[in-house]
Structure formats: structure tokens, C-alpha cells
Design a protein around this ligand. Sequence first.
Ligand code: SIN
Length: 333
Amino acid sequence: MTVHAIQTVHSENAQRLVILGTGGTIAGRAAQAGDNVGYVAGQVSVGDLVAAVPTLKELCLDVEQVAQLDSKDMGFSVWKALAARVAFHLERPDVKGLVITHGTDTLEETAFFLQSVLKPTKPVVLTCAMRPATALVPDGPQNLSDAVAVARHTDAQGVVVVCAGQVHCADDVTKVHTYRLDAFDSGDAGPLGCVEEGAVRLFRPWPLALAAGYVDASIHARVQASLALPRVVMLTSHADMDGLMVEALLAQSDSGAAQPLRGIVVAGTGNGTLHKDLEAALLKAQAQGIRVVLTSRCIRGRVLTHLGQRLSEVSGLSPVKSRIALALALLAD
Ligand code: SIN
């Protein structure tokens, strides 16, 4: 993947921000302006997205295209390149903070990855859009303008997400809607704040520099030294579930797979309950040294441990974030 040259857009104001582009619907293009769903994500350059927002004209911005993809295809190689560029810019004394344009589909995963790996003391604000850049009324320009307002806020720190006027913490945010412009929710925690006419109103403190999760302080160096994350798969318990997928994963790992299975995150029903056949297979995997982490497929709440629980590891994060947290923990082992 190519990391493009930094383009300095404006230079009058001392408070420098860096805008990194990674693609997504915010950079999407449709054949017809009225089409909000039949578009190709990751087409418009981040330089053009910035140039389309009049409120950014007076600011001192460095703009850089790190990737250009539909975020359904997000993966470790892009995360690694992105973390390297974010870390590079965070260390520049003249940089106040960063904004990253990103697709909505895996936005919460990238935000959680960056928060876990970098725990930045400056703001790193991910933003997105539900409508392509070519829409009759695109939402990307307002989201980008709001994200910049958050990155410029005096006390801002940590990785946050800005969408539809709301600010969400990386640890809490989840995409909850397929189509609506306010597609994100922070569950029981609620949003961190909101942006109203360019002013940030906070409901609770900025994220701590330390992430919830398993990672240690040297994790960024380990990420940069690695070709892939340890293999952790995610399964969901449901009616008629069985243990066949777990058995197949164990058999494949036993037969010398290129990337051996190291962990399984299972999204249980309700308070982490599992179909008995799936649970039996997971206990077998756990006995063979595979890390098995129990989460819930419920959109709100967390798994509360109880007497008689047979899987030893439980996570209060969503299943997709638990997968990242476990993979990073295994990387740090
Ligand atoms: C993507 O995630 O890249 C496409 C979908 C979106 O951004 O809404």
C-alpha cells in the first residue's frame, strides 16, 4: 500500500491538524447523484473531501491519503500503516490532533485498534458518512467539519468517533443502523458529547490515555514488527448451533495451518449463554490451549460472570472489539 505525500492545504493558523484519508462512503462516488446506496466507496481523494468543506479553509491542515478502500475490506496491513502514520504525526510538536476519514462498516474496529495500540494523549478523531460524496445532500462535509471541531478542542485526547453531531468513545461505539445518518450508538455509556454549530458539548470526560483491554505499553512496537495479528476467530451462538465449526477449526490448526488458531471469541445469547453443543466444543478448545473469550450478542449490557460458568475468560467489549483485544493480548504474550 502506498502512503502518499503530505499535502499542506493551508498554513496561516498555528494550530496544525492532520487529516488522514482511508476511503469509505464519505469518499464514495455514485453514477447518479440521487443514489445513496448504489455507489463505490473509496473513490474521492481526502484532499478533495477537505477542499469541499468551506469551514476548513482558514485552518492549517496537512492532508495525507493513507489508504483508499471500502472498510469492509479493512485488515491488519492497513491498520499497521495507519497506526504508523498516526504515531508519526502525534509525535510532531506542532500537531494539535488528527482526523481520519473512514468507512462506517468497520469504523468501530479501527477506532478500538488505534486506541488500544496508541492510547494517544492528543485527539485522534475518526469520521465517516452514510451517503457518498456525490449524494444530493451528502453528510460527509458536516461530519468532517464536526470532527475538525473536536480535534481542535482544548482538552481533547484519545481516539473518538464523530458522526451525525455526536462524539463517541472508541471503546463504546458500535454501528447500529444500516442506512440512517445517525448510524452509531454508544450503548449503556451513551455518547461522550455532541457538536453544535462547531462547538463541542461534553457529557463526560475524554477517554483516558490507557485503554480498557489487554494491551501493554510496548504494543505499538510489536504491531509494527508483526506481519499479522495472531489468529482469533469470532463465532455466534444461536438456535440450532452445534460444535462443528469449532471442531473444524481445531482440526485445521492441528494439520499445520499457516496461521495457527490462537483464540476464539464467542458471542453468546443473553448473559453469555451458549448452545450446549457449542459450549462442549469450546471447552475442548480451551483445554487444548486456545484462548476462548465469552461475550454477548446483545447490543447493550455486558456478560456478568456467575457461579458455574465454565469458560474462564469474559469480555465486556463487543464481540468484534473483543477479537481485536484478544489478538493484541496474544501479540503481547
Ligand atoms: C465502508 O465502510 O467503507 C462503506 C460503507 C460506509 O462507509 O458507510
